[in-house]
Design a binder for this molecule. Structure first.
Ligand code: DGJ
Length: 690
């Protein structure tokens, strides 16, 4: 009963567990959004009210909540689709053809009145997560090329003004900086134009009506696309708010040849009246259960911060031995193992094992790692090439370039034109060869610069990403055991497009444990904790120059999938003991962290603390951080979430063990007083007693 249809009235109701999303076709033939909110079970109550123009300057299109507005006719608001027909016509007029549906999907078929161009609106239900997924396909049935100048994945209507809009801003080393701003008159525009990645805005929207963590209405949607996206939020003068999301029309044109079809990236969207926590839970559960692979993520050691480009077999083996001793399960050699890679300006593209660094071959290291019972991972930056590399000398026309322009380097490298078939094949074959030659379990896929001087074809911005996804999917299909980490200069590829293809996100090159708390907090609104890779690294931190005790650094990294990026060969005996203990503690709680529900906990009496709770079945973990004691500091009280009211929980923290009911812990809460700076602790909950 997820899709309800009233054929006479032409009304379609898409239902998840708690939410209805209702569409109708009005007497003008326009696809109208009728409702998005809490479940309304009876579709019969819906009618399509006739809308009249407000004035000759405010035509009916302006006030019609169109599901997929096109450029054409008397439309002046933002549109989702703009087409240039071969005869120069730049005006679309669609008519409704028919619908098809299954238990969990709906397809509304439209066609231009004159040209045989199909516009298909697809909806899919993810019932138990209260999410709907929507995308659009275009099919050119004419005998001419059709130019698509803009194609968004969808528009949503929210029947309110003065909403709050949330997204993130940031840059390299400062990703995921959440901001909130009031939606007023005028448009809010978020986007990425860099082609590869986005450290700045992220492809999602959160719009709320003064919601809080656990109450209030929240409308949200995330685009399954890495690369160039844009999103527009517009409060109209007619009393509602629109939001659109899709491929960035900036420098984009798609040529649709006769017979060709194009599918937009999907938006995964939801509504809740239970605040941000519920939004996060729905998205996290969808991500974890439907997109990500089952099973717990390994604790990895990554050599980057310890050795940078100065990689050699002997030291890597020493690091691997130490990593094993501390408890790591996966050893990853980062940049610097291949070609003539001694710095940023050479090697990319020449993906052979450097013989000076590995005189006995890469297998010497792999065999050592495997003989210790660890998995082996390795770094690649497959979309890039250095001008000094052999690959570039042999194939100078494989980079993004305009014939009359010299392409800019950035980080000493060019971007390979992955939209070309031969380049796509080269990248696939390179990885295929590595994976068939060596026993590799994990690939860290990096991308460290944006695209410039792109290509005469203006669809490359999308095609590059599509081809990237195709390559990774094909490799995963062939090498089922291999996990892929999405990294782009740190956290530049965190989006639902990546999550559908990769297994892990590198969250940020900023490994400062305090900065990470903010990054991780913002990340958690939309993306599952299980994909959030976090490393413990050395102090002073290379970026912040801050000194933070090792325990706090571990606790901060243990909030995600734990990794170690320190030069562990320099650990003192005491540091090694702390690391060993905390890695072993992480192993005992990671099922709660990676597979459990995540809660951002507010403290009621102090803002000095950062508190996060994880809950899975009868077990829970709470991380408590006090970065800095403030004057007059008296501790904090915080209320736990998601517990069973009448169950007794054993609570262990700071060498204390108490027993309290879920009701008490959620209503009264717990009092905590940490002292000093960069203090932190883990609290454990267990209700298996009863
Ligand atoms: C950027 C990544 O974010 C780092 O973790 C590291 O892999 C470097 N690139 C290597 O060049």
């Amino acid at each position: 009963m997820s899709i309800l249809i009233n054929k006479e009235k032409n009304i379609f109701s898409i239902n998840t567990l708690n939410v209805s999303y209702v569409l109708g076709i009005d007497d003008e033939g326009l696809i109208r959004n009728l409702y998005w909110g809490k479940n309304i079970s009876d579709i019969e109550d819906f009618n399509i009210i006739k809308l009249e123009e407000v004035s000759s300057n405010d035509p009916v299109y302006e006030i019609t909540p169109e599901e997929y507005p096109v450029y054409g006719g008397l439309r002046y608001k933002e549109h989702c689709l703009k087409i240039n027909f071969s005869d120069g016509t730049r005006d679309l007029k669609y008519k409704y053809l028919k619908y098809t549906s299954t238990d969990n999907s709906l397809l509304i078929k439209l066609r231009d009145e004159y040209y045989d161009l199909e516009i298909n609106l697809h909806y899919k239900i993810h019932e138990k997560y209260d999410l709907i997924e929507r995308y659009v396909t275009l099919k050119n049935n004419t005998s001419d090329i059709i130019e698509v100048e803009k194609i968004y994945s969808g528009q949503f209507h929210i029947p309110y003004e003065n909403l709050n809009f949330r997204n993130v801003h940031g840059h390299w080393g400062a990703e995921q900086q959440m901001f909130t701003q009031k939606v007023g008159y005028g448009k809010i525009y978020i986007e990425n134009r860099r082609g590869i990645s986005t450290h700045n805005h992220n492809p999602y929207f959160i719009l709320d009506k003064d919601a809080k963590e656990t109450c209030g209405e929240v409308f949200f949607g995330a685009l399954k696309l890495s690369g160039n996206f844009s999103g527009i939020v517009e409060q109209t003068p007619y009393g509602e708010t629109l939001v659109q999301l899709g491929i960035n029309p900036h420098d984009f044109t798609l040529e649709l040849k006769p017979g060709e079809e194009f599918k937009t990236p999907a938006i995964i969207a939801g509504y809740t009246n239970e605040g941000f926590e519920k939004m996060s839970h729905n998205l996290h559960n969808y991500g974890k259960n439907e997109l990500m692979r089952d099973g717990l993520r390994d604790i990895l050691y990554n050599s980057w911060e310890a050795t940078e480009f100065k990689v050699n077999a002997e030291e890597q083996i020493k690091l691997a031995k130490k990593a094993k001793e501390l408890g790591a399960e996966l050893f990853v050699v980062d940049d610097g193992w291949f070609g003539e890679r001694d710095g940023i300006d050479n090697g990319l593209g020449d993906w052979y094992v450097n013989e000076n660094k590995f005189p006995k071959g890469l297998n010497q290291l792999i065999d050592e790692v495997k003989s210790m019972g660890m998995k082996f991972g390795i770094w690649f930056e497959p979309e890039m090439v250095n001008p000094r590399s052999k690959l570039y000398k042999d194939n100078p026309d494989w980079i993004y370039n305009f014939k009359t322009r010299e392409s800019d380097t950035s980080r000493g490298q060019y971007v390979l034109n992955l939209s070309k078939d031969e380049v796509k094949d080269f990248v696939y074959n390179t990885l295929d060869k590595m994976l068939s030659t060596y026993d590799i379990d994990y690939i860290k896929w990096d991308a460290n610069r944006p695209i410039a001087q792109s290509d005469v074809k203006k669809d490359i911005w999308f095609r590059h990403i599509k081809n990237l996804y195709d390559i990774v999917r094909k490799l995963k299909d062939k090498y089922k055991k291999v996990y892929f980490e999405a990294c782009a200069s740190g956290g530049g590829r965190i989006d639902y497009g990546s999550l559908e293809v990769f297994d892990d996100f590198w969250t940020s090159d900023n490994t400062d444990a305090y900065d990470r708390l903010k990054i991780q907090d913002s990340y958690s609104y939309i993306y599952p904790i299980k994909a959030m890779r976090a490393w413990v690294t050395d102090c002073p931190n290379f970026l912040s120059k801050r000194e933070i005790p090792l325990r706090f650094r571990f606790h901060s990294a243990m909030m995600g999938t734990l990794g170690i990026g320190s030069n562990i060969l320099k650990y003192t005996k005491e540091e090694a003991e702390i690391a060993k203990d905390l890695i072993s503690e992480y192993k005992s709680i990671r099922h709660i962290i990676q597979d459990g529900d995540f809660y951002r906990i507010e403290n009621t009496s102090s803002n000095d603390y950062y508190i996060y709770q994880y809950l899975k079945d009868n077990e829970g973990v709470v991380f408590i951080f006090l970065p800095q004691s403030k004057i007059g500091h008296i501790g904090a009280r915080f209320k736990l979430r998601g517990l069973e009211e009448n169950k007794k929980y054993k609570v262990e923290y700071l060498d204390e063990a108490i027993e309290k009911t879920g009701g008490y812990l959620m209503k009264y809460g717990l009092d905590i007083r940490l002292q000093g700076d960069y203090n932190s602790c883990i609290l454990k909950l267990n209700s298996t007693l009863n």
